[in-house]
Design a protein around this ligand. Structure first.
Ligand code: ATP
Ligand code: MG
Length: 573
């Protein structure tokens, strides 16, 4: 491809609204353009990379025995009403009406459509198991689209759905998909972890996510490589840790005046208190029809509430909702900053690490006062001890001396055993070998194809731009003709370009009459792995310069007649 005929609108400046490196570089390299919030056009260079990712995904999906299909993006609302997701999916679901005022959705996912196909087309257990997949644009009206194509509203996903007559069979396909994903991410060449994930409201039995490790990742992961432990922080168990007070003698309970103190940080800095000796009290809605309307959750001052764990507590509303300031003041007669377990009229659930604290600090449930020297049993009582907090760096893994590290990850894939949720609500049954109609077990397996492009960049860049791994590089080689006007340069460059094209090497040829500085900068920005520089100066010695994008130690000069074989060797291996 000659750049003079290509659309490669590169930019020198860092776009002001691109928050992370991948979105900056994708915009600067002319890979994508923003149309509106969360909507992007893939320009030729970006589209080439996207298609490479897709090809790797499809190659391994096909090898796994999955069959490719293509379902419509627009789906009738009736199907979503059958599974109740019309109500449950919330605002991420884009709802539209056709000219006859019939309701449709723009598909954020395709469980309903595929289950509809299966209930119509599969009659006998003998046709199972089956695993169908597609690669298609999804639309999710994300609350906060951000980070370019990493969290956008319309994005390319590979989604697969498998159907089975037994959970054992589902598990087999699940493991097959897990291996397939390993092959996919190994071939792309990213540093990733498979993490245990929360199966969420869908209520499936098993779910794992594939995360590319990157500081810009939105998810926190608890990992320990020596132990092969990797769990999404949403799900990572957190046990009792001590602040060293459990054997202290009980001190007297004392209130002290704390006007204008709104947060734990203000309390600890103003009164010089170790944050580990404080607790936070959070008020959430209780389960419907319970005796109390609210529940108090107590965690240590330096810990974070894990909202998924809280939502799973029996007495807490499964859609976790925090009490408003008004509700707190009506129920407990104070502000959020002065809450605490002493004189608390509602049930108190404490985290494991709080249950063993002595002589701690908390709000006094009275404006402008805190207590010190609080002790369980003597001053207040809890109704339950539970795991309420996020795991933190240094927490021990259950049954081991190993400790966890917290890192950030980008979810690029998700495999999920759904069980019979959709087949039951949509009556997707088959007659089993005993002649009985049974609902099918189902698995679903997603990969964020467009998100992968951005996440690969998050792991492969330097101050000059992107550094593509060979697997998904848009071009393997870029030829920079320095002064293409020069007859000698033109002849040499044209010849190598043609030879590489004939050898089926993906080559980009900078044949423009522009300054060498811009050519070098752009080639580095777009990250093509191998670069050949052809200039009059080097041709005088019958030489061509080779530059390696990832490792400048490999840069060298080559005799012109050796260049072709040299490049073939590099790109074929
Ligand atoms: P997230 O937690 O990031 O919102 P999700 O759990 O909603 O992801 P799935 O429903 O499992 O995602 O979708 C399958 C894959 O699609 C994800 O693993 C992710 O790679 C990709 N994906 C999901 N939402 C987006 C988005 N808004 N933009 C780009 N890719 C996305
Ligand atoms: Mg999501």
């Amino acid at each position: 491809m000659k750049i003079s005929k290509y659309l490669l609108p590169t930019q020198k400046e860092v776009p002001s609204d691109a928050e992370i490196i991948s979105s900056q570089l994708m915009l600067r390299a002319g890979m994508i353009r923003k149309l509106a919030s969360g909507l992007y056009t893939w320009l030729p260079l970006g589209f080439k990379v996207l298609k490479k990712v897709e090809a790797i995904v499809c190659k391994h999906m096909n090898a796994s025995g999955a069959l490719q299909v293509l379902m419509p993006s627009v789906q009738p609302a009736e199907l979503w009403k059958e599974t109740k997701r019309w109500d449950d999916f919330g605002d991420e679901l884009l709802r539209i009406k056709d000219r006859h005022k019939r309701q449709f959705v723009v598909g954020p996912t395709h469980e309903e459509v595929i289950t509809n196909i299966i209930r119509d087309e599969i009659q006998s257990y003998k046709q199972l198991p089956i695993n169908l997949y597609q690669v298609q644009n999804k639309f999710r009206d994300e609350r906060r689209p951000r980070f370019g194509v990493m969290r956008c509203r319309e994005f390319l996903m590979k989604d697969a759905y498998s159907f089975h007559t037994s959970n054992e069979c589902l598990n087999e396909t699940y493991l097959n998909m897990r291996d397939t994903y390993i092959n996919i991410f190994d071939e792309i060449g990213v540093d990733y972890r498979i993490v245990e994930a929360d199966s969420g409201a869908i209520g499936g039995s098993k779910s794992e996510e594939f995360h590319v490790l990157a500081n810009s990742g939105e998810d926190q992961l608890a990992i320990c490589d020596s132990n092969n432990y990797a769990v999404n922080i949403e799900k990572a168990e957190a046990h009792a840790v001590t602040n060293g007070s459990e054997n202290q003698e009980q001190q007297p309970l004392k209130a002290f005046h704390t006007p204008d103190i709104k947060t734990i940080e203000q309390l600890t800095t103003t009164f010089n208190i170790d944050i580990k000796n404080t607790v936070k009290t959070l008020i959430v809605k209780a389960k419907e029809h319970s005796k109390h309307k609210f529940i108090a959750l107590v965690i240590r001052g330096d810990h974070q509430l894990n909202e998924l764990k809280a939502a799973k507590l029996d007495c807490v509303n499964s859609k976790l909702r925090f009490a408003t300031s008004e509700e707190i003041s009506n129920e407990l007669g104070t502000y959020a900053g002065y809450l605490g377990p002493v004189h608390c009229s509602i049930p108190i659930i404490v985290d494991h690490s709080v249950a063993n604290m002595r002589n701690f600090y908390a709000g006094a449930n009275s404006d402008s006062y805190h207590f010190k020297g609080i002790n369980w049993g003597r001053d207040c009582h809890h109704t339950e001890v539970a795991d309420l907090r996020n795991a933190v760096e240094g927490d021990r893994i259950v049954g081991s001396e190993d400790t966890i590290k917290i890192t950030r990850g980008i979810e690029v894939g998700h495999i999920f055993q759904l069980g019979t949720k959709y087949s039951e609500s949509m009556k997707a049954n088959v007659i089993n070998n005993n002649g009985k109609a049974t609902p099918l077990s189902m698995g679903c397996y997603g990969i964020g194809v467009s998100r992968i492009v951005a996440s690969v960049i998050e792991q492969n860049y330097d101050s000059k731009g992107i550094i593509w791994p060979k697997s998904i590089a848009p071009f393997q080689v870029v030829i920079l003709a320095i002064k293409y006007k020069s007859e000698k340069v033109k002849q040499q460059a044209d010849q190598i370009y043609q030879k590489l094209l004939d050898a089926n090497i993906e080559v980009l040829f900078d044949d423009r009459n522009i300054s060498p500085g811009i050519k070098f900068a752009e080639a580095e920005l777009i990250g093509v792995p191998h670069c050949i520089v052809i200039s009059d100066r080097n041709l005088e010695n019958n030489e061509i310069e080779y530059k390696n994008r990832a490792n400048s130690e490999n840069n060298c000069k080559l005799k012109t007649d050796l260049v072709f074989d040299f490049i073939i060797n590099l790109t074929k291996n």
